[in-house]
Design a protein around this ligand. Structure first.
Ligand code: ADP
Length: 429
C-alpha cells in the first residue's frame, strides 16, 4: 500500500509575473518609437496572455486540488472509524470526530500537542496516548507482518475498549516520512457479541453432551446385551438399536467438534507434547478405524518406509486429527473401496503421512474450502447427511500446532488423498 501524501497547495506567483509583463507593455507604448512600440506590445501581450492562460490553468488545478482536499477532509471527518494524524515528533496534526469521541477529548485541546508516553498518567489523555504508543495499552496484539501498514489490536480498560488500529506513514513529494496516520476501529461491541456467542455455543454443547452420552451408552449396552442370536431372531429391533447407536455416536461427534472448534478459536485447545513413535500411533489408529471400515466393507492398509519415526506430539490430539481424515476416507469411499496409509520420510527432516481413498472425491473448485469451518461439499452431503464440516478445520489446526502442514488432492469419482508433514525428532536414516 502506498503511503498517503499530505495535500500540497502551491502559491500563484504567475499572477505577479503577468502584471510585470503588462507594465512593460505600457512602458513600451509610452516611450519607444511607435513601430517598435506596437511590435513590442504585440510580443509582450502574447507572452502575457500565455502566462495568464497558464495561471488560469494552474488556478484550476489548485482549485481542483482544494476540492479534492475538502472531499478527503469531509470523508475523514465523517467516517465512523477514529482517525488521528501526527508528525514524526508525535505532535498531533489532526483528529476526526470519531477519534474525539473515542478518546473523549476535543480537537482544539489536542491539536499541535506533542504526545509523550508519560502523558498516559493524565486521565484525560490516557486512551489517546495508549493508542499512539500501543505498548502502553492493557493488552496489545500485533496482527500484521513486518512493514507497512501496521495492524494492532489493543484493549483499554475503564472504560473497556477493544480497538483495531491501522498505522501508515505519510510521505511528502520526495517520499520522505513526514508523519503518520492511524485509523482506529472500535470493535468492543462486535467482540462482546462474539464472546457471548461462543459462550452460548460452549454452554449449549456441554448441556447437550451429557444426555447424548447417556443415550449413546444405553444403545451401546442394549446392542451388546441383545447378542447375535437375538439379533437374528429380532432383526428389526437389532437394526433399530444399531441405527440409534450410530446416530447417538454421530451426534456426539458433532458436539465434540463444536466444542473443539470453539476451544481452538478461544486459544484454549491446549497441547501436551511428548516424544512418540508415529508408526505405532498410526497402527493403533488404523486398528480403531478398521471397526467402522468393516461395517462399510472398506479395506484399510498401512505401509511405512521405516518402523521408527519419532515425532514430538500430543498423541491424543494428533490421533484426533488423523481419525478425522481416516473416518472421512471410510465414509466418503465407494462400496468395497480401500484406504491406504503410507508413511515416508520427506524433505527438511520431516515425515509425510498420506491417506488415500477410492471414494467420491472432492470437486476441484471446492478443494480450497475443505479446511474452512462448516464447509461440506454437495456430493459429501448427499453421501452422508450428518456431519459438522468441522473435522478438517480441527485437523488443520492440530497438524499446524505440531509444526506440520496438511494438503489435499482429489479426482472426482476416483478418490482423495490427504497428506500431512511433521518435523522429525531424530534425523531419518
Ligand atoms: P464432515 O465430514 O463432517 O462433513 P469435515 O470437516 O471432516 O466435515 O470435512 C469437510 C468436507 O470435506 C466434507 O464435508 C467433504 O465435503 C470433504 N471431504 C473430506 N474428506 C473427504 C474425502 N475423503 N472424500 C471426499 N470428500 C471429503
Amino acid at each position: 500500500m502506498n503511503a498517503p501524501r499530505l495535500p500540497w497547495c502551491k502559491g500563484g506567483k504567475t499572477l505577479a509575473i503577468a502584471l510585470v509583463f503588462l507594465a512593460l507593455v505600457v512602458l513600451n507604448i509610452i516611450f519607444a518609437p511607435l513601430g517598435l512600440a506596437i511590435f513590442d506590445a504585440i510580443l509582450l501581450l502574447g507572452t502575457g496572455a500565455l502566462v495568464i492562460g497558464t495561471e488560469n490553468k494552474a488556478e484550476k488545478e489548485v482549485f481542483k486540488n482544494k476540492a479534492k482536499g475538502s472531499e478527503l477532509r469531509s470523508l475523514i471527518e465523517n467516517t465512523k472509524d477514529g482517525v488521528v494524524m501526527y508528525d514524526t515528533n508525535f505532535t498531533i496534526l489532526d483528529v476526526n470526530q470519531s477519534a474525539e469521541k473515542m478518546f473523549n477529548v476535543s480537537r482544539e485541546e489536542v491539536l499541535g500537542k506533542q504526545m509523550q508516553p508519560e502523558m498516559v498518567r493524565s486521565p484525560r489523555l490516557r486512551i489517546m496516548v495508549q493508542t499512539i504508543f500501543p505498548s502502553l495499552a492493557v493488552s496489545m496484539n500485533t496482527i500484521s507482518d513486518a512493514g507497512w501498514p501496521k495492524v494492532v489490536d489493543l484493549v483499554f480498560d475503564d472504560p473497556r475498549l477493544e480497538v483495531r488500529t491501522i498505522l501508515n506513514q505519510i510521505t511528502n513529494e520526495k517520499g520522505e516520512v513526514v508523519g503518520f496516520i492511524k485509523i482506529i476501529s472500535n470493535n468492543t461491541r462486535e467482540n462482546t457479541i462474539l464472546q457471548s456467542k461462543s459462550e452460548f455455543l460452549t454452554v449449549s454443547a456441554h448441556q447437550l453432551r451429557t444426555p447424548l452420552t447417556a443415550i449413546n451408552w444405553t444403545f451401546e449396552s442394549l446392542r451388546s446385551s441383545l447378542g447375535d442370536d437375538f439379533a437374528k431372531k429380532r432383526n428389526e429391533i437389532s437394526n433399530l438399536v444399531n441405527e440409534g447407536w450410530e446416530l447417538a455416536k454421530r451426534s456426539l461427534k458433532i458436539i465434540d467438534d463444536l466444542l473443539n472448534a470453539s476451544k481452538i478459536e478461544e486459544g484454549k485447545f491446549g497441547f501436551d507434547f511428548g516424544k512418540i513413535n508415529l508408526v505405532d500411533l498410526m497402527k493403533s489408529l488404523q486398528s480403531a478405524a478398521s471397526v467402522v471400515a468393516k461395517e462399510y466393507g472398506i479395506t484399510l492398509n498401512l505401509s511405512s518406509a521405516s518402523p521408527d519415526y519419532e515425532v514430538k506430539a500430543d498423541a491424543e490430539k494428533l490421533g484426533m486429527a488423523v481419525t478425522n481424515i481416516l473416518d472421512n476416507a471410510v465414509k466418503y469411499n465407494s462400496k468395497n473401496g480401500t484406504v491406504s496409509i503410507a508413511i515416508e520420510p520427506s524433505e527438511g527432516n520431516t515425515v509425510t503421512v498420506s491417506i488415500s481413498d477410492t471414494g467420491i472425491g472432492i470437486p476441484k473448485e471446492n478443494l480450497g474450502k475443505i479446511f474452512q469451518k462448516f464447509y461440506r461439499s454437495e456430493n459429501a452431503q448427499a453421501t452422508e447427511p450428518n456431519g459438522s464440516g468441522l473435522g478438517m478445520y480441527i485437523t488443520k489446526n492440530i497438524i499446524e500446532a505440531h509444526g506440520g502442514s496438511v494438503f489435499v488432492e482429489s479426482i472426482i469419482g476416483r478418490g482423495t488423498t490427504f497428506w500431512f508433514t511433521l518435523p522429525l525428532e531424530t534425523p531419518s536414516s
